[in-house]
Design a protein around this ligand. Structure first.
Ligand SMILES: C[S@@+](CC[C@H](N)C(=O)[O-])C[C@H]1O[C@@H](n2cnc3c(N)ncnc32)[C@H](O)[C@@H]1O
Length: 400
């Protein structure tokens, strides 16, 4: 997509040249490397990395990205990368080994926005050898040796996208709390998709619930929700994303939006075997990741000390392991196909006098209502508000 053209990967040759001659076997030497793997660069003009992008910011013993127009909440060091890969494991477990749900048959160009460690890109590239799979992120933390059809770029999806009619599939996962204007991103994604292309986003809710009903206001989950909501509002980067994707996409002009909501347990309290497994891993992932998720926001924006964050996270962890509570949260899966660009552009153009962005870049309430009415008349959006999609058969989402 490339607002910035800096690509971060170093060619293998440069890596080898820099390696110390210690007499040990170099496992990354070219003749040891699987020929389906290569450096993650896309041509000679893209082989250099601006050193600035690797000058990470250091806060309280963790490192954070330096490139980009917004401040991402998550660290990017090794510990954070392990956490992202653990999350990937939970998402693929939940989707029974599917990486996306869109029925894209023979993808040629796939884009993953906010790719993190790039694990999704690498696995998709391994499954779709004829596709070019590109991941973009503000942090250049992806591996150097990747399948030859996988590429990574340092880029910021909150800036203008330059690609037009290029992708068969654009995918984003766990991007909550990273954009001041989702409608703007959806408009850019619309432009970057080729007709017949799919946009797909998977988001967890940051709101933790109990199967037994409403929790008291002093419960750690209730405090968590209120603190993270405040932090989201203060930064203009709200975490409350999943349940709003559909209306935001519609506000950006998309029709044909399909929405799934899936319950993810926290812990293995379900009778159902698959839910039990996902729940067990999800509990592990959230307990391990909770401090990464909230520390920067609580310290920088809500005046917590590092010690106060630690204590709060300890309370959260014990609630996440509370067997009586039966905790869970929702995860959202949004899919849409771009069928007719002219029609959507017409809808946007008709709506354009009303589509003034406010300071956060969001549509104002009155005007978005007008726009939505118009879209509803177009009449082909779908909402499936339960955990088990009844249709369409081609979408391989798990049944539970
Ligand atoms: C929670 S991680 C999810 C990583 C990956 N999508 C996954 O599910 O494995 C969010 C990622 O979004 C990236 N990110 C945040 N803001 C971004 C932006 N404006 N442009 C590009 N990447 C961004 C972060 O650096 C981080 O790697």
């Amino acid at each position: 997509m490339s607002h910035s053209t800096e690509h971060f990967a170093t060619p293998v040759a440069e890596v080898d040249a820099a390696a110390p001659d210690d007499g040990l076997v170099d496992e990354t030497a070219p003749d040891e490397v699987d020929s389906a793997y290569g450096p993650s660069v896309q041509g000679s003009e893209t082989t250099s990395l601006d050193p600035f992008t690797k000058e990470y910011r250091k806060e309280y013993g963790r490192t954070y990205h330096s490139y980009g127009s917004t401040e991402h909440w998550g660290p990017n060091d090794e510990k954070a990368q392990k956490q992202q890969d653990l999350s990937h494991h939970v998402w693929t477990l939940a989707l029974k080994n599917e990486l996306f749900l869109a029925p894209v048959k023979e993808p040629k160009n796939i884009l993953d926005v906010g790719t993190g460690t790039g694990i999704w890109v690498i696995e998709v590239a391994e499954r779709y050898l004829n596709a070019t799979v590109t991941g973009i992120d503000v942090s250049p933390i992806q591996p150097l040796l990747v399948p030859i059809n996988a590429f990574f770029q340092v880029d910021d999806y909150n800036l203008e996208w330059l690609d037009e009619s290029k992708y068969n599939l654009i995918h984003g996962r766990e991007l909550l709390g990273t954009s001041p204007s989702w409608p703007a991103i959806y408009q850019q994604a619309l432009k970057a998709l080729e007709p017949g292309g799919w946009y797909e986003q998977h988001e967890p809710s940051f709101s933790f619930l109990s199967d037994h009903g409403q929790l008291p206001a002093n419960h750690p989950f209730a405090k968590w929700e209120s603190l993270m909501t405040d932090a989201g509002e203060k930064t203009g980067l709200n975490f409350d994303v999943g349940n709003k994707i559909k209306s935001r996409m519609q506000a950006a002009g998309f029709v044909n939006v399909t929405e799934y909501r899936m319950q993810w347990d926290i812990g293995d309290w379900s009778e159902d075997e698959h839910r039990k497994i996902v729940g067990r891993w999800n509990q592990e992932r959230i307990s391990k990741g909770i401090a990464d998720f909230c520390s920067r926001r609580l310290i920088n924006h809500l005046s917590f000390t590092a010690q106060e964050v630690e204590i709060f996270c300890a309370h959260m962890r014990s609630a996440l392991h509370d067997k009586e509570l039966h905790p869970y949260h929702w995860c959202w899966f949004l899919l849409l196909i771009l069928l007719n660009r002219q029609r959507i552009e017409r809808t946007q153009a008709e709506g354009s006098p009303d589509m003034q962005l406010n300071t956060l870049g969001m549509l104002t309430r009155h005007k978005s209502v007008l726009l939505r009415t118009r879209i509803r008349k177009a009449g082909n959006s779908k909402v499936i508000h339960n955990e088990v999609p009844q249709q369409p058969a081609r979408l391989p989402i798990p049944q539970w």
